[in-house]
Design a protein. Structure first.
Length: 435
């Protein structure tokens, strides 16, 4: 985690103190269940809670113990015993380290997902607001980066809204899939611990029991979680790239907000650069990169190894923290985006009406021309306009082959910009409902 790209709420999930607090809660809830089953004294379970519920764990002390034991969970349990006293001998009865580590990780990932879902809601709210604001603002649609046919800027934002709506559904599903608990002991057989302990801990920690856990929770769950974060990051980048293009000097249809006192370049005082969008592109690359080790973590040896552990210590915090920052940056970017309808109209008019070529093609075929001939007639009048050698509508009116099929009035009719927007309401209802 880099402070520059870290928000406190998400970072706190991954802090050592939070991790040790979750470890303690897992152990203490397990002790409660063990006490109810008569495995340990009920007074011991009460003492464990009483002595350590509000404790601040000494991270430096745990690190000191781990330097000797070379085992993080044992180091924590040793420190916990220093706090709890003799009753600590009843902690971790029948459990293995993975019971604590895996259950804790899934608690952290579900909490992180809750923040990310909230972030997505903010992105969606910003997109919806600006989409309705520019629902009928004409702009040019581009394919291959080249002018194609007219769209509205509201539709551009509606595309993004629909995509992030799908992202939210996927993240909710990924959260559910990773929200499992394993308290099944060595190799996952429950030989040394009753399955009812797992059920109790799972409920207490807001999880569900893992149906079969070997000695670890299956990592296909985590692979799907991080893959989902990667897909969301790709959606972030897609929208960021759109804004980067629209801010180009030659286009300038939209622009990131440029605050008072902001500087765009150390050398050129006139610069206003799409730095937020470019930053989002870079952050998205990192979040996607974290998905690959999560997928490789699925293939563990037999009932357990720890080849996944080192990777997860990095990708867990880094992927969630980075995406959290990126989503909040994107929400702010959209909320404050400067939008220039006049430039959009100027760009629409730049090709002298060529964006209506398909309407001319269709009109000619409907009046009896073959598609091949109609295409030829329209294209031969379009190409000079590309070269700046005339006006499209004027050239069409002078073309004898075109005039065999279309009157001047019928040619002019094909240049109606509003024709392209007759189904915008339908699309908006599909995306946003009846709002």
């Amino acid at each position: 985690m880099i402070p520059r790209y870290t928000r406190p709420e998400m970072a706190s999930i991954w802090e050592p103190q939070t991790r040790f607090k979750i470890w303690f809660e897992i152990e203490a809830h397990a002790a409660d269940a063990q006490a109810e089953l008569g495995v340990i004294p009920k007074e011991a379970a009460k003492t464990i809670w009483a002595k350590a519920r509000n404790a601040t764990f000494d991270v430096a002390r745990i690190d000191e113990i781990e330097r000797e034991t070379k085992h993080d969970v044992i180091a924590f349990l040793t420190h916990l015993a220093e706090i709890v006293g003799p009753e600590a001998r009843f902690v971790h009865q029948g459990m293995t380290s993975s019971d604590v580590l895996d259950t804790c990780l899934n608690v952290q990932l579900t909490r992180a997902a809750d923040i990310l879902i909230s972030d997505l809601d903010k992105v969606l709210a910003a997109l919806k607001k600006r989409a309705f604001e520019h629902k009928m603002t004409p702009t040019i649609g581009r394919s291959h980066g080249i002018h194609a046919e007219p769209v509205t800027f509201g539709l551009k934002l509606a595309y993004a809204y629909a995509e992030f709506s799908r992202a939210r559904v996927r993240l909710v599903a990924a959260r559910k899939e990773v929200a499992t608990c394993a308290i099944s002991g060595a190799v996952g057989t429950f030989a040394q611990i009753d399955p009812r302990v797992e059920e109790h801990v799972a409920k207490a920690m807001g999880l569900v029991p893992e149906p079969v856990s070997t000695q670890v929770i299956p990592r296909d769950r985590h692979a799907m979680y991080f893959a989902t974060l990667g897909v969301i990051a790709s959606s972030v980048e897609r929208l960021a790239i759109e804004i980067r293009h629209l801010q180009r000097t030659e286009v300038l249809e939209a622009e990131e907000f440029f605050s008072e006192g902001q500087k765009g370049s150390s050398a050129m005082p006139h610069k206003r650069n799409p730095v937020l969008s470019e930053n989002l592109t870079g952050l998205s690359r990192m979040v996607r990169a974290y998905a690959m080790p999560a997928m490789e973590n699925v293939a563990l040896w037999h009932e357990r190894d720890i080849s996944h552990s080192s990777a997860e210590r990095m990708i867990g915090p880094d992927a969630t923290v980075t995406l959290d920052f990126a989503l909040m940056r994107l929400a702010g970017l959209i909320e404050n985006l400067l939008i220039y309808p006049a430039n959009m109209q100027k760009n629409l008019d730049r090709l002298g009406g060529l964006v209506h070529s398909q309407r001319l093609l269709m009109a000619l075929t409907q009046k009896g021309a073959s598609r091949e001939d109609a295409y030829k007639y329209v294209q031969r009048n379009a190409m000079p306009v590309w070269r700046g050698e005339g006006d499209f509508q004027t050239l069409l009116k002078k073309d004898p082959d075109v005039k065999k099929h279309l009157s001047d009035a019928e040619i002019e009719e094909q240049f109606d910009l509003g024709y392209h927007f007759k189904h915008v309401d339908t699309i908006f209802k599909r995306v946003f409902g009846e709002s």
